[in-house]
Design a protein around this ligand. Sequence first.
Ligand code: PHE
Ligand code: ZN
Ligand code: ZN
Ligand code: ZN
Length: 299
Amino acid sequence: ATAGAVVAVISDNVPPAPFRPVIENAATVPAGFVSQEDGDILAGLDGQSATVDLRSEMTVSRNVIAQTRSGRPDNVVMLGAHLDSVPEGPGINDNGSGSAALLEIALKLGPDRKGVNNAVRFAWWGAEELGLLGSEAYVASLDFEQQLDIAMYLNFDMIGSPNAGYFVYDGDDSAGTGAGPGPFGSAQIEETFNSYLRDQAGVEPLPTDFDGRSDYGPFIAAGIPAGGLFTGAEDIKTPEEAALWGGTAGIAFDPCYHAVCDTLGNLDRTALGRNLDAAAWTTGVYAYSTDTVNGVPPR
Ligand code: PHE
Ligand code: ZN
Ligand code: ZN
Ligand code: ZN
């Protein structure tokens, strides 16, 4: 294997999660009814009748973790994307987009015979959609020393939305919206993503809150510097944002968010390409050195 080759480790550290309802054995129940059969409390509470599944099951979900053979293992640049999707649709933008970006970065690092200075660790998370279960279990599985070995965590969840915005997690809380800044170092990460998007992709990014809705949550809770990219989900693009980025004001960044139409057609491939490039560049910068702010690009 070459110096930069990645080695995959299947991690078994995600506990069984309740599986989403399946269609077989579904029953229509009247408004206000709470199913006794399996303790499922989904039905009818809004005054509508609803379909509830009488069968639930436990299943095991897994993370897939891979790390470069080269680079300091005590100053790891960690990248993550959730590999699961919701049962309502195929999950191509959410989150095939981020998962594919990580895979492409790993493949491009693989043949780098010179290797990297800092190890790069990839995580394809399981069970994000059930409440960040994979990333929670992973961070909880690390002792304090192992947490300190992670220099930063970079998250990629929805990076090719069809009516894309260009959002970078707001490490310094410059938006001042109340979510607060990320752990020390997160501002530097935000600025590295911003500088690539501005200077090399030609788009002006905006900050988005660390609101806890994706797999960076357990990392920032542990005080690990974090950052990442996001092109928007169910929120509506404003006229100002459409003027800045193009696309259509008044509709969602991703009208197919968590829907059956989140297919291969549900991608802005220009946005996906720019964000992949920003992710790869930022990974290269920090794999080279975590000391630099808008550091030297990789060799
Ligand atoms: N984590 C959300 C999901 O998978 C999407 C999301 C990503 C929302 C980033 C906000 C910020 O559905
Ligand atoms: Zn989702
Ligand atoms: Zn997601
Ligand atoms: Zn900011």
